[in-house]
Structure formats: C-alpha cells, structure tokens
Design a protein around this ligand. Structure first.
Ligand SMILES: CC(C)(COP(=O)(O)OP(=O)(O)OC[C@H]1O[C@@H](n2cnc3c(N)ncnc32)[C@H](O)[C@@H]1OP(=O)(O)O)[C@@H](O)C(=O)NCCC(=O)NCCS
Length: 232
C-alpha cells in the first residue's frame, strides 16, 4: 500500500481533499504561465511549432487545411514591426504556444486587431491558450486597439470556451464563428502589468537558458576528463 492509499484507508484524506488539491495545483500552474514577445529571429522556432501541428489543428488554427509550404510562407511573411507575436516555452525551452496579434485596418469604432493562437498538443489544458489570449487583450489595450477579433470554426469548443470566458461577443454563420472583444482604454495598471509580465518572462527564459547551457558545458567538461578507450 502506498502512502496515499494508506492515508485514504485511515481517513486522513478524502477524495474531495484530493480533488481540491489537484484543482489548487492546476490553478498554481496556470498562474505561472509566462508569455514572451517574440521577434524576427524566432522564425525557425515558430516554423517548428506550426509544422508540428496535426491536420485537424492546422484546420482549426488557419481555418483551412494547410500544407507545410503554406506554413513556411506564413511564418516568413509575419511582419514583426507591424504585428506582435507572443510565445510560451516549456521546461525544455521548446515553443509550445504561439499567439499572433495582427493589426488590421481601423473600423468606425477605432483600431482593430485579429488574434490567432495555437498550443502544442502535449501542452494543452495548462492555461497556455488563455494566458496568450489575456496577453493579447492587454497588449491591445496598451496599443489603443478598441476591438480584438478572432475567427474560428464554431465546432472549436476549447477556443469558444476561452472566447466566452473572456466576455467576447460571438456571431455564428455557416459553421464559422466571429468573436469580438471591446477593449477598455489603457491605464497605468494595464501598462505596468504588460511591462512586468514581459520582464519576468524574459528573465525566466534567460535564467533557464543559462542553466541549460551551464549543464551542457559541465557534462562536456566531465566527459572530456574521462579517458577515452585507447587513450589511456
Ligand atoms: C484552442 C487552444 C489554443 C487552447 O489551448 P489550451 O492551452 O489548451 O487552453 P487553456 O488550457 O488555456 O484553456 C482551455 C479551456 O478550454 C476548456 N476546454 C478544453 N477543451 C474543451 C472542449 N472540448 N470543450 C469545451 N471546453 C474545453 C478547458 O477546460 C479550459 O477551460 P478553463 O480555463 O475554464 O479551465 C488549443 O486547443 C489549440 O491550439 N487548438 C488548435 C488550434 C486552434 O484551435 N486555435 C484557435 C483558432 S484561433
């Protein structure tokens, strides 16, 4: 009997306690999703992320079946001066979530931006999609965007859930859905929040990358100290 089974057997923990603990752990994990703004030199990582999406995910993300060459052309065409691209890295520093915030033409109400997001299959359900969406919304506020827009297939239940949770108005037509979020104007808090989020995510990435490099260097060093066959 393992310690958990023993605790349950003697009544020290109940299934309800375990459920609450699992919920708390999930909430803590979600709270620590760090989103970084990406730049043109991240194109190869972006390509890797999108090319790893399966057929169905490509359909959900791009609204149509797209082959590798279309994805490559899409990544090459991203204008990082005009749009913003946000990313989330996993513990191995692989890009597992990408949000593309594209500035569109202004409408009668003001500036409009479109948001598209994808999360690698292995990293779903951890709050990454929601964190990317929240970052896009706050970035929109801070860049005077009035309407954040998303186009999805209406059967995309996970995305519809995120959109509705964020208070987006959704219009359905012919199996597709257009979701709109009216953004309030920027304020000190929104500017501070985005700046702090970016700094924490940058710092976290740099620390983790340096640790990884130091570990690799240490491994190489120790290996070089071990005499190779035939050199002793
Ligand atoms: C949509 C997508 C980005 C979500 O990413 P994610 O990191 O798993 O999202 P999160 O973990 O932040 O949240 C998902 C939410 O949807 C809910 N959800 C997941 N699957 C669901 C489903 N089939 N039906 C309803 N809700 C669902 C989760 O419970 C969670 O809700 P909660 O935050 O209230 O707990 C991801 O599934 C994806 O990349 N899909 C393929 C591409 C795509 O559809 N892009 C959107 C087109 S713009």
């Amino acid at each position: 009997m393992n310690p958990l089974e023993l605790s349950k057997a003697v009544g020290a923990v109940t299934d309800e306690d375990l459920r609450k603990a699992a919920e708390a752990a999930q909430a803590a994990q979600r709270a620590t999703v760090l989103v970084r703004e990406l730049a043109a030199h991240h194109r190869s990582r972006l390509q890797k992320h999108f090319l790893a999406l399966g057929e169905e995910d490509r359909l959900l993300r791009f609204g149509q079946s797209v082959g590798n060459h279309v994805i490559e052309a899409y990544v090459d065409s991203i204008d990082f001066d005009h749009d913003s691209v946000f990313g989330v890295y996993d513990e191995k520093l692989e890009l597992v979530g990408v949000g593309h915030f594209a500035n569109l033409r202004d409408n009668a109400q003001g500036r409009v931006a479109e948001f598209g997001v994808s999360v690698s299959k292995s990293a779903r359900g951890r709050g990454i999609g929601s964190a990317l969406f929240e970052r896009a919304a706050i970035h929109g506020r801070n860049t005077s965007v009035r309407t954040l827009y998303m186009h999805c297939l209406s059967r995309n239940s996970a995305m519809m859930h995120i959109a509705k949770k964020a208070g987006m108005k959704v219009q359905y037509a012919y199996g597709e859905a257009d979701a709109y979020l009216e953004l309030p104007p920027a304020d000190t808090m929104s500017r501070l929040t985005e700046a702090l989020d970016e700094q924490v995510a940058d710092l976290d990435y740099l620390v983790r990358r340096n640790l990884r490099d130091a570990r690799r260097f240490g491994l190489r060093f120790w290996r070089s100290m071990v005499p190779q066959k035939g050199t002793a």
